[in-house]
Design a protein around this ligand. Structure first.
Ligand SMILES: [Zn+2]
Length: 214
């Protein structure tokens, strides 16, 4: 009971903060990211979807790289989010952006640690530290605009709230973003879209499997 009341308070703080501070963060364009795994290997993506998979801003995309190793998509500072079921990894980047890596098993980084793009964070998995669901080992990779540090303290916040109230306030669409030299576009449905290889114009329909050549 204490946890849910605290979570509600945090979400209210998030919503309040974003009203005051969203404009400066969104004035900067989102940086080009690496894939959240090593380039050059076969990978499966279940496509672009909202954080909860049902509605709202589509700020998430699922990946299952062949080697099962999840890496930071951009340099930044690790913020581990703690729940009764364990931890999950977020990384804060210069310019007020955050990337998220849910379902990881064997987390290899610590809270406050500086990481480079490509630093190993852990392994794809089915972990549900703050709730949610997963069918098949993967990383649920998520984008947010983060107005300030207080808005990013999600300790004890249930995934049900991260994927609804927090996503509505801070979620950054995957549509139009570049990861690892591929531009991702959302489709009309949840778990759909395309990935276009900028080097040669090749298009992969999502969900789908592709070789993540830079
Ligand atoms: Zn997902």
């Amino acid at each position: 009971m204490t946890v849910s009341l605290r979570a509600a308070g945090l979400a209210a703080a998030v919503l309040a903060a974003v009203g005051l501070l969203a404009a400066p963060a969104s004035a900067e364009s989102f940086p080009a990211l690496a894939f959240p795994f090593e380039a050059g290997q076969q990978a499966y993506s279940a496509g672009i979807h909202s954080d909860d998979g049902t509605g709202g801003v589509r700020n998430a995309i699922d990946f299952s790289p062949a080697d099962g190793t999840v890496r930071a998509a951009l340099a930044g500072t690790v913020r581990l989010q703690h729940c009764s079921g364990g931890d999950w990894v977020t990384v804060d980047h210069p310019g007020g952006w955050r990337t998220g890596y849910y379902h990881l098993e064997g987390i290899r980084v610590t809270d406050g640690e500086h990481v480079e793009a490509g630093t190993v964070l852990g392994s794809t998995g089915n972990a549900l530290p703050c709730g949610g669901s997963s069918t098949g080992a993967h990383v649920h990779f998520t984008l947010w605009t983060l107005p300030d540090a207080a808005a990013g303290d999600w300790d004890g916040v249930a995934f049900a709230r991260i994927s609804t109230a927090v996503a509505a306030a801070l979620g950054e669409p995957v549509d139009g973003k570049t990861l690892g030299g591929w531009r991702f576009a959302a489709g009309p449905e949840q778990y759909s879209g395309t990935a276009t290889h900028l080097a040669d114009g090749a298009v992969v329909r999502l969900p789908g499997r592709f070789r993540a050549t830079p």
